[in-house]
Design a protein around this ligand. Sequence first.
Ligand code: CMP
Length: 138
Amino acid sequence: MPVQRTLILLKPDAVERQLVGSILSRFEQKGLKIIDLRWLRFTQELARQHYAEHIAKPFYSGLEQYIMSGPVVAAILEGSEAVDVVRRLIGSTNGVEALPGTIRGDFSMSNQQNLVHASDSAVSAEREINIFFPKREY
Ligand code: CMP
């Protein structure tokens, strides 16, 4: 099984609700390694870059306001098949539909304020890691 890296964001609702430690520990307990971690605030430019594929969607302006509404935590996670493992751990986009035991299933009731973002493919992971951690020497 290939060791992969993936990008997660703990979004403003996760920080506001003081769930950063609880959510990060889910990933660590699973066996994923935190390779890097930083706090940041989204600008409009960063939102458009990160969420480029969603710009034309009807929910984009709400998404932009939400992601810029407070600080977020970005992290690189590493492990076997990390992209798919992390996507399964966070659950479906809509917290109402996400299965119990997943992060969104346990902590979210919203399809926008869903606490965590995770790269949806190895190609996206590469792109997103380079956006948030551009000067890596590891
Ligand atoms: P994320 O995994 O970060 O990817 C895109 C984000 O857009 C998603 O999580 C949600 O926060 C948001 N999103 C996706 N679909 C909808 C929707 N139908 N209505 C509102 N927000 C959405």
